[in-house]
Design a protein around this ligand. Structure first.
Ligand code: PMP
Length: 420
């Protein structure tokens, strides 16, 4: 029995998201990699707000800066006005993130969510090229508005809106392509053969590691080939780094190590660092052709989010931070490889890059059972993939070795309890 009547969610909340079904308790408090519920039970968080809490909950420096800002009557909402916090964030983002990576982008605030940044990217690509079609990939996830949904490869999510939505073509994503049958070559043949009815698209949009689609990590060579096709045909390359960005794969941008330079980059989730809604669309300067006011919206660039987002960037000034993630992710993968080898009944496959990790079980329903078992033991974990066949490990990038180990042991116990 919980202090809060659990029925209140079923009675008063629409079933649209219903996370309370997979995490059947009422949470009250969170700090770092831990959460607590009303009954005082402690949980390790391997969910991290689906990548919105990469620095953990209530980071002490971000919290202190935010409290100071509020106590000093800092501005909350200012729409398009210039504010000190907005200027500070833009300057810091350029100095700390873009410059050292030799990237030159203009920053646009498209609206508060991941969906908003995708929507703005699709619109801009169409405006820049004067074309309409967009190529996206199987099991990609880009958001819930009609535009973002039309490039999302998830028939369940598209169902209600009706298919096809707009001018999009879905191509197989890397994980599903064998070396012999490289679908990118097919794509090129279609593009060359202008008479077949395949129009040259405005853009190709992709995640370098698919999050919602089941932690499918594209090979760097494949990403490079996609970029090459974009360059050859003057197609804009949009990398949706909403989930894979901000350190999740081990570097600030997920595409850094692949050596590609997208034309447009979509960021949201962990960009504010504190779980506050904020999104950025990064645009190569030559493509910043918006007319003033052409893409606007009320909630673009909340100053509280700028305060915490600026504080979050300090993590990236210390190169030990990336080293820590790399070291811990080595532990993550070796643990999981051992786990799938020790429990062949799991029919498991380890997937991912950096701290964006999943285990796919070929046995239907097993991953969901493992996640439910883990929850009972005090570990919060989500499932992903078209059949929820993947359990997802998304620890905060700031997690301690001890907490990581504790979470991994709970996974092992949960697998043991589920397969037996
Ligand atoms: N793109 C990707 C890759 C995502 O993972 C998500 C959210 N899961 C979105 C876009 C949409 O973001 P939001 O839910 O903030 O609209």
């Amino acid at each position: 029995t919980h202090k809060t009547d659990m029925n209140i969610f079923a009675q008063l909340e629409s079933e649209v998201r219903s996370y309370c079904r997979s995490f059947p308790t009422v949470f009250t408090k969170a700090k770092g990699s831990k959460m607590w519920d009303e009954d005082g039970k402690e949980y390790i968080d391997f969910f991290s707000g689906a990548g919105a809490l990469n620095y953990g909950h209530n980071d002490p420096i971000m919290k202190e800066n935010l409290v100071d800002y509020i106590m000093n009557d800092g501005i909350t909402h200012s729409l398009d006005m210039g504010t000190t916090e907005k200027a500070t964030f833009l300057k810091e983002f350029k100095e700390t993130i873009l410059k050292p990576r030799d990237l030159n982008y203009k920053v646009m605030f498209p609206g508060p969510t991941g969906t908003n940044t995708v929507e703005s990217a699709l619109k801009l690509a169409r405006k820049v090229t004067g074309r309409t079609d967009v190529i996206s990939f199987t099991n990609g996830f880009h958001g819930m508005t009609i535009g973002a949904l039309s490039v999302t490869g998830n028939s369940f999510k598209r169902k209600g809106a009706g298919i096809p939505l707009t001018h999009t073509v879905t191509m197989p994503y890397d994980n599903f392509v064998s070396d012999e049958l490289d679908t990118l070559e097919y794509l090129e043949r279609f593009l060359e053969d202008g008479g077949s009815g395949v129009a040259i698209p405005a853009a190709i949009i992709l995640e370098t590691v698919q999050g919602e689609g089941g932690i499918n990590a594209a090979r760097y060579e494949w990403l490079k080939k996609v970029e090459e096709i974009c360059r050859r045909w003057d197609i804009l390359l949009i990398v949706d780094d909403v989930q894979a960005g901000i350190g999740r794969t081990g570097s600030f941008f997920s595409f850094e190590k692949a050596g590609i330079k997208p034309d447009i980059v979509c960021l949201s989730k962990s960009i504010s660092g504190y779980g506050l809604p904020l999104a950025l669309t990064l645009i190569k300067p030559e493509y910043d052709i918006w007319e003033p006011g052409e893409h606007n919206g009320t909630f673009r660039g909340n100053n509280h989010a700028f305060v915490t987002a600026t504080a979050a960037l300090t993590y990236w000034k210390d190169d030990q931070f990336e080293k820590k993630i790399t070291k811990q992710s080595e532990r993550l993968y070796s643990f999981l490889e051992d786990l799938v080898a020790s429990y062949p009944e799991l029919e498991g496959q380890v997937r991912g890059r950096g701290f964006m990790v999943g285990v796919c079980s070929a046995k239907e329903g097993l991953s969901e059972k493992i996640a439910a078992q883990a929850f009972e033991r005090g570990l919060i974990m989500e499932t992903a993939g078209p059949k929820d066949e993947v359990f997802k490990l998304f620890p905060a990038l700031t997690i301690s070795d001890e907490e990581l180990e504790k979470g991994l042991q709970m996974i092992k116990e949960s697998v043991e309890a589920t397969v037996n």
